[in-house]
Design a protein around this ligand. Structure first.
Ligand SMILES: [Zn+2]
Length: 252
């Protein structure tokens, strides 16, 4: 059947919706792997179950992003207790995801990774400027968390990160990486990809001179378009199709 217009799908059954988000979660992992966003065992992608809203599907711990498939996903509750799945989970990083889901009932997916340019940019301790149309997606819609405690992964710190994220779509974790959220896994993972690209653009521009900021009113107008939940979802669809066609095992 030909696709005449891109729309976020709606489902007749919970089972169909659950399968869709699990396939898109697995494809998100593989897409990040293709982009070289693996970093050992670091990083975690999660999505809220469509029926049991305090259950979550997670990327498996210790599996390369590029090797993730639907059958390797792990289902946990809000406390990180495994309900189904054969792999361990990244407990330290799920604590933060759990805090975000508790605070933001609108959030259906959380993505966290240690990507190279975001890591480098995060050390500056400043927000991204609206210097490209793409970066406008984050204009007045991201924050930076600067108050790291001694040990990452405590409940207290996870709550602080969630509060710092606030109503934004993304948060720069200083000296660490990025955390992004969305109404779909597609949207959340696209914001991570797009923010990594925006960090790279800002680092490259800053290294050459003094980049010109897009005027505030134009940045706000662009943000409404490129920064919408639909735009985030839509931008991931080519990556989903490419991941599935190149690595069909991910659906198994
Ligand atoms: Zn991390």
């Amino acid at each position: 059947m030909a696709i005449k217009r891109w729309e976020i799908p709606v489902f007749d059954s919970i089972d169909a919706q659950r399968l869709y988000i699990k396939e898109h979660l697995a494809a998100s992992c593989v897409a990040l792997g293709e982009l070289g966003f693996d970093n050992g065992v670091s990083g975690l992608l999660s999505v809220r179950d469509p029926e049991f809203l305090d259950h979550f599907w997670l990327s498996p711990y210790g599996v390369a992003f590029g090797d993730v498939s639907v059958s390797k996903l792990v289902e946990v509750n809000i406390n990180g207790i495994t309900l189904s799945g054969d792999y361990p989970i990244n407990d330290d990083e799920f604590v933060t995801h759990s805090a975000v889901y508790s605070l933001r009932t609108d959030v259906m997916s959380v993505v966290h990774a240690h990507t190279m340019y975001a890591e480098a940019y995060s050390t500056l301790g400043v927000l991204l400027d609206p210097i490209t149309y793409e970066a406008c997606a984050f204009y007045k819609d991201h924050s930076i968390y600067t108050d790291f405690e001694l040990s990452f992964g405590t409940v207290e710190e996870a709550k602080n990160i969630a509060y710092t994220l606030g109503e934004n779509k993304a948060c720069i974790l200083q000296n660490h990486g990025l955390i992004t959220v969305g109404q779909t896994i597609d949207e959340a993972v696209w914001w991570l990809i797009s923010m990594e690209r925006s960090c790279k653009a800002q680092i490259l521009a800053d290294s050459c001179g003094k980049p010109l900021r897009i005027a505030n009113d134009i940045a706000e107008a662009r943000a409404e378009k490129v920064g919408s939940a639909f735009s985030g979802w839509l931008n991931f669809q080519p990556l989903y199709s490419k991941a599935v066609s190149k690595f069909p095992f991910l659906l198994q």
